[in-house]
Design a protein around this ligand. Structure first.
Ligand code: SAH
Ligand code: SF4
Ligand code: F3S
Length: 466
């Protein structure tokens, strides 16, 4: 899963003019795509309550930090950000202007009231399961209360959150996220997610289809289904049968306007036959799969509680590639899990060589309090972790470049997404998620066009119209 330490700013909405809203909200998003989606939905919920989104903290009456807890530093960054906000809030108070500060996301869930104790600027703390209560919580905070809302609500938050606003969806672009599943029951021994996001919950087929149709009507061409374990999604279909993610993808591919589908992040244990068949049958399903394995050593996989072996993973990839030969693989890896020896690490290098990734994310193990891994023996020295990380990254970078170089001279389909940085250029997205830079004559935003790859850049492809 893509984890971005750099906060992404959810930009200003158009709702201000439409509603004449007097108040503005600034949301800073950390962590995974799930948080990006949640920030958009919080923005939608607050818009209904008269808050317009803003890109600058300076004119915000409400500041929300939507946080990530996956690694130690992430939480520390939030606390230092809150320190800066305390100053800003004091300056505001002197000028007689309100500024409400809130913490949402996985740090909110994990730390709860502790955040208010440690950071006096904070007025509200809301966990990921209770975003539908946000407008109410903000009201209380404006009345001078400090509010902590981290109890998992019984009602389904998705039932209570408003649908995305069409004008906002259109403004955000031709690609969109759609959360179909939340939470995790897997309890990998290194990971905080089951504690911050709760147990696995799937949204209903009807809700997902309605939201996807709404996105399509607003001009979205590519939808990425999200879930901590997206392929654990299941629900009752219109035919009264139990559907898995594969069946859901067949249904979503029928929606007019939606030309591309993706899903992330998957667990190897939940890749079933129907999902693999969907990769064979659906042209809309992009030939790119993020399937983390974490380690190539069976001993470490066992200690991580992944409940699959390296061979299970490789066999699974063979089956997926048999169904969709041009599929490109992506993954996540952790180096330096407690007890990882040189031989264990070599097994990770080996599984990377055998799989051959188009891209992958690599992490140094970071002990998370409360997870079983943190209490295990044999913590690996930082220096060793660094060396292993470097070697692994070098191998993955080589594979990534080889994959991109292999596309030079080929004609590939590209979804045109946005204007380029240089005048006359436009940026699209390849089926394998690479940015494609091409002459603006190639097509309009939202078009899916064939382009010929001429050369590769560091992280992008250059192409000419055909
Ligand atoms: N549900 C997804 C995403 C989990 S978090 C999945 O199962 O893949 C995304 C990635 O962060 C994980 O795949 C893992 O590689 C990494 N990660 C999680 N906890 C970590 C920790 N304590 N230290 C280092 N990396 C970690
Ligand atoms: Fe974390 Fe494992 Fe669940 Fe992924 S499957 S969210 S790594 S516990
Ligand atoms: Fe981070 Fe929570 Fe996502 S811990 S990676 S924001 S699920």
């Amino acid at each position: 899963m893509e984890i971005d330490d750099i906060a992404e700013i959810i930009p200003a909405g158009t709702a201000a003019a439409a509603t004449g809203a007097a108040r503005k909200v600034f949301i800073k998003t950390y962590g995974c795509q799930m948080n990006v989606y949640d920030s958009q939905r919080m923005s939608d919920a607050l818009a209904a309550d008269g808050y317009a989104a803003t890109e600058t903290i300076d004119d915000a009456d409400l500041v929300l930090l939507n946080t990530c807890h996956i690694r130690e530093k992430a939480a520390e960054k939030v606390y230092s950000e809150l320190g800066r906000l305390r100053q800003l809030k004091a300056e505001r108070a002197e000028a007689g202007r309100e500024m409400i500060v809130g913490v949402t996301g996985c740090v909110a869930q994990a730390e709860g009231r502790e955040i208010i104790r440690r950071a006096s600027a904070v007025d509200l703390v809301v966990g990921p399961q209770t975003y539908h209560r946000l407008p109410e919580v903000v009201k209380k905070a404006r009345g001078g209360q400090k509010v902590v809302e981290t109890e998992y609500a019984l009602e389904d938050k998705f039932e209570h959150l408003p649908q995305p606003r069409k004008a906002e969806v259109a403004r955000r672009g031709v690609t969109a996220f759609l959360t179909v599943q939340e939470g995790c029951d897997k309890f990998c021994t290194f990971c905080v997610v089951p504690y911050t996001r709760g147990s696995e919950v799937s949204r209903s087929v009807a809700q997902i289809v309605t939201e996807a149709e709404r996105l399509a009507e607003a001009g979205v061409r590519e939808v990425t289904l999200l879930g901590q374990n997206v392929n654990a999604w299941h629900g009752e279909g219109a035919d009264g049968k139990e559907w898995g993610l594969g069946r859901l993808l067949y249904r979503l591919a029928e929606i007019p306007g939606i030309a591309r589908l993706r899903y992330t992040t998957s667990h190897p244990r939940d890749m079933d036959d129907e999902l693999i068949s969907a990769h064979r049958d659906l042209r809309a399903l992009m030939p790119y799969l993020h399937l983390p394995v974490q380690s190539g050593s069976d001993r470490i996989l066992k200690a991580m509680n992944r409940r699959h072996t390296a061979v299970d993973y490789l066999k699974l990839i063979d089956r997926i590639r048999a169904a969709r030969p041009d599929i490109a693989m992506s993954g996540d890896f952790i180096v330096g899990f407690p007890g990882e020896t040189d031989a264990d690490f070599e097994a990770t290098m080996e599984i990377v060589r055998q799989t051959n990734y188009a891209s992958a994310y690599t992490f140094k193990y970071s002990p998370r309090p409360g997870t079983p891994g943190a209490d295990m023996d044999g913590h690996v020295e930082e220096k060793v972790k660094d060396e292993r990380l470097q070697r692994l990254q070098k191998l993955i970078t080589e594979q990534q470049h080889a994959f991109a170089d292999g596309l030079v001279g080929q004609t590939i389909s590209t979804l045109i997404e946005k204007p380029g940085r240089q005048p006359g250029q436009i940026v699209g997205r390849s089926p394998w998620l690479q940015p494609v830079i091409v002459d603006e004559k190639a097509g309009e935003i939202g078009d899916i066009v064939d382009v010929r790859i001429t050369k590769t850049g560091t992280n992008s492809l250059f192409a000419e119209a055909v």
